[in-house]
Design a protein around this ligand. Structure first.
Ligand code: SF4
Length: 303
């Protein structure tokens, strides 16, 4: 396979530890077919261009923990992964009468899910952990949905499980690229499950919080928002490509918001003199970083 700016990512996905090499003009001009943009990679770029460059272009891996204490961070990551697995198995019909989890927090989340699942979901089809990718700006845009529920010909509801310690404010979710990417990809890609073309107005997204299961956040969608999303996502991908061409060997701009560096594994590389964020603090999932388990990150978590 030809080498490209994302070839280290391809290696990462195959499990090989990539060597870090300075990019050259030749190897930033092509994206290998294996790379797909996602809400995570686009959010990384939106938060800090240098983070995107280090993570996806150079394949730099984890010089520091995202937050501390490390054990607590790993514990929360594993707990989030476990919860997602239990919910997936539940919707696949593989968990008829599960024993309550031993872990007290996980038990609490599971109880919240069983007793107070999100309301108003489509009834006919429920598909946990679905993955779609669609073409955009000459690239592929990938979305991994925690749950898609579908009434063919009528509506699609996207569900995302949030296992943060604090409920995320609506205005933050509204700005996160996840909300944009998931509704966009579902509208473009899920037609064959839907029984035909989907209008954006037939798509909605629900965030369900394990810590506050009664109070979901629901985002509807519209033709206008769909076109806005297309333009915004297209613009970010184009900007990344242009930066790759224009600045193949120099560091891409570091974020001016140093609060973001507190929850970034590259803070020592960037010589940002900020203390690492704590797990409890980062779980607030604020606007300046934040931490939550996400399906998109499964391939990138290296524990
Ligand atoms: S430490 Fe800060 S400047 Fe460096 S990549 Fe991370 S967010 Fe960007």
């Amino acid at each position: 396979m030809a080498e490209g700016p994302f070839s280290h990512l391809a290696q990462t996905l195959r499990g090989a530890a990539p060597a870090i090499e300075p990019p050259t003009r030749a190897n930033v001009s092509l994206l290998p077919p294996v790379f797909q943009f996602s809400q995570n990679s686009l959010q990384d770029y939106a938060d800090c261009a240098r983070r995107f460059q280090l993570r996806y272009v150079l394949g730099q891996r984890w010089p520091a923990a995202v937050s501390e204490p490390i054990g607590e961070y790993e514990e929360h990551t594993e707990r989030g992964a476990h919860f997602h697995t239990m919910v997936r198995r539940y919707y696949l019909g593989l968990l008829d009468d599960p024993a309550p989890p031993e872990d007290a927090v996980l038990r609490q989340w599971w109880q919240a899910f069983i007793e107070t699942p999100p309301e108003g979901l489509s009834e006919s089809i429920r598909l946990p952990e679905m993955e779609f990718s669609v073409p955009l700006a000459g690239q592929r845009l990938l979305a991994r949905f925690d749950l898609l529920t579908i009434d063919p010909g009528e509506r699609i509801v996207i569900v995302d499980w949030k296992t943060t310690q604090h409920r995320t404010a609506r205005h933050i979710l509204e700005r996160r690229l996840q909300t944009l990417v998931y509704r966009y990809v579902a509208t473009k890609a899920a037609g064959h499950l839907f029984g035909g073309t989907i209008a954006p107005e037939q798509v909605s997204m629900v965030y369900w919080f394990a810590i506050d299961p009664l109070n979901t956040e629901v985002f509807t969608y519209s033709e206008y928002e769909h076109e806005q999303a297309r333009q915004e996502l297209n613009g970010i991908i184009r900007e990344i490509e242009q930066r790759g061409q224009a600045e193949p060997t120099s560091p891409w701009p570091l974020t001016e918001d140093e609060a973001r560096c507190r929850f970034c594994e590259y803070r020592s590389l960037c010589r940002r003199d900020v203390p690492p964020g704590s797990v409890g603090e980062s779980l607030i999932e604020g606007d300046s970083g934040g931490f939550d388990f996400d399906l998109d990150e499964i391939d990138e978590i290296a524990f």
